[in-house]
Ligand binder design. Structure first.
Ligand code: GLC
Length: 422
């Protein structure tokens, strides 16, 4: 190579670099999302991949608090102000109608290709839709399920319990035979937060009732609702569930079960990968099953949950934020997330993807459970509903109110609030 040509090349290379460097910082997208548990967090890698395909864009991932309630609080405070400071947000499925109605989300409807959302669970698309318009892209899927210690059940010749009644008798039988005072029976989430509402709704459904009827009546069968709450309270009173259940969230209960200290656990699918991780005390000893129903009744159903991605209406780069949401919810990204993290995809085909199923053999079973799951009420007032019933349900669980009093008080307060809105 002659000297002038080499110099020219060098100048081009340096010039190119300088231009790249100045352009690279041209746009910063801020993405708010919750910490992802699992063997490896695939998110940073995916964000770098998006940047490589969009050289002028830098993506800043910022983490949200752990619980859904705290995340909601963060968003409400920041979205009420003038500049939210973020472009793309991870949303709990239950918030989409509320955020859409508040004017916080970009309406994605005009940007979507026909059939674009068809590969996702229909329930996730329903949760993303409000007033016939789509406000978010489905990202991760959740469904409540029952974890059981397969080794202990097998040792005592038991199959996973189909009803709460059966679960209670299995706990008694196993504990009296094992004589291990540290072995708890059934762990679930009874702390006063969204997780408690999920657990109580699942108990309502098992007992043949619900929180909100189609005609908008709240707690339409109060006696059945009180009975379901009484069953949950009875688990704690009888010692089938530990006293600390009233302070338990997903992680507290997941860790206790993961340390080998319980026979049964209600949780989301993410827990399974952590139980199966190398070094886990319960590795190879955990099974999953549908949540129990009630004796003689229909099988139990888990609540659906999970996360969507929504673009802030105040984003200065809505097209890029949407491009990032599309990339993160794409089949490729959802697969990477399912492989590296403990989260489950919203794209149904991935539950039967050969490579994924090899690394996570429980995926087809989780798919069936997710299909059979039930949503919490899809309404812009969901948070109001939840925040109102939380202290009532909690009061019944800790025993400061009778279940029927708690249900009556929840009804009275909700009638008052919702009456004022209607
Ligand atoms: C999980 C679910 C979410 C639910 C929350 C309750 O994060 O994905 O939908 O609201 O748990 O704690």
């Amino acid at each position: 190579m002659t000297r002038p040509v080499a110099l020219l090349l060098l100048a081009l290379v340096l010039g190119g670099c300088a231009e790249d460097a100045s352009e690279r910082g041209a746009v910063t997208l801020v993405f708010k999302y919750a910490r992802i548990l699992g063997p490896a967090d695939p998110l940073p890698g995916l964000l770098r991949e998006f940047e490589a395909a969009h050289p002028r864009v830098r993506v800043k991932g910022e983490s949200l608090p752990w619980t859904s309630d705290e995340q909601h609080q963060f968003y409400v405070i920041n979205l009420e102000g003038r500049s939210p400071g973020f472009d793309l947000m991870m949303l709990d499925v239950i918030w989409v109608p509320e955020f859409a109605r508040a004017g916080w989300l970009l309406d994605l409807t005009p940007h979507l290709a026909p059939g674009e959302l068809a590969p996702h669970f229909p329930s996730t698309v329903e949760a993303a839709t409000h007033d016939g318009r789509v406000w978010a892209l489905p990202w991760t899927m959740n469904v409540g399920l029952l974890y059981y210690r397969a080794d202990l059940l097998a040792k005592h010749g038991l199959a996973p319990p189909a009803s709460f009644e059966e679960l209670v008798s299995q706990v008694r039988r196993i504990r009296s035979a094992e004589r291990d005072p540290a072995l708890e029976g059934y762990l679930w989430q009874g702390k006063q937060y969204e997780g408690l509402v999920v657990n109580v709704l699942e108990a309502f459904w098992a007992g043949g009732t619900r929180l909100l009827a189609e005609d908008g009546t709240v707690l339409p069968e109060p006696a059945r609702a009180a009975e379901a709450l009484d069953v949950l309270r009875g688990l704690i009173e009888a010692g089938v569930s530990p006293a600390w259940t009233t302070a338990a969230d997903e992680e507290l209960s997941r860790r206790a079960f993961g340390d080998g200290h319980a026979i049964f656990l209600r949780n989301w699918p993410y827990a399974l990968d952590l139980f199966e991780a190398p070094g886990s005390a319960v590795r190879g000893r955990v099974g999953i099953a549908p949540l129990p129903g009630r004796a003689g009744g229909p099988p139990g159903a888990g609540s659906t949950g999970g996360a969507h991605l929504g673009v802030s209406r105040r984003s200065r780069h809505p097209e890029l934020a949407l491009a990032l949401a599309r990339f993160l919810t794409s089949e490729r990204a959802q697969k990477a997330i399912a492989l590296g993290a403990a989260l489950s995809p919203t794209r149904e085909a991935l539950y039967h993807d050969a490579a994924l199923v090899r690394s996570r053999p429980s995926l087809p079973a989780i798919h069936a459970l997710a299909r059979a799951g039930r949503p919490r009420p899809v309404t812009p007032y969901y948070l109001l509903l939840s925040a109102t019933v939380q202290p009532e349900f909690s009061a019944a669980l800790v025993g400061v109110k009778s279940p029927s009093r708690a249900i009556a008080d929840a009804r009275a307060r909700l009638d008052h609030f919702l009456g004022a809105i209607r």
